[in-house]
Design a protein around this ligand. Structure first.
Ligand SMILES: [Zn+2]
Length: 70
């Protein structure tokens, strides 16, 4: 009942071509947008850059498929 299973053809493994996606033009793929702000901390003015989630891609950084730049 154990048929010969020696014909191991692994060469037929088709690799999925690199998924087509479009990098978010707003954040450049990082998912976050630099958002430097001037803040007074301890009486010292300094620049705070927490970054904020990209509203365009929801921090994903890219979109599936091809999205033409707006
Ligand atoms: Zn984005």
């Amino acid at each position: 009942m154990n048929g010969g299973y020696g014909d191991d053809e692994t060469g037929d493994d088709v690799e999925v071509p690199s998924e087509t996606h479009t990098v978010c033009v707003l954040c450049g793929g990082g998912g976050l947008i630099a958002d430097p702000k001037l803040a007074i901390i301890g009486g010292v003015p300094r620049t705070v850059d927490n970054g904020r989630p990209c509203p365009h891609c929801q921090t994903v950084g890219h979109f599936p498929g091809i999205v033409p730049p707006v």
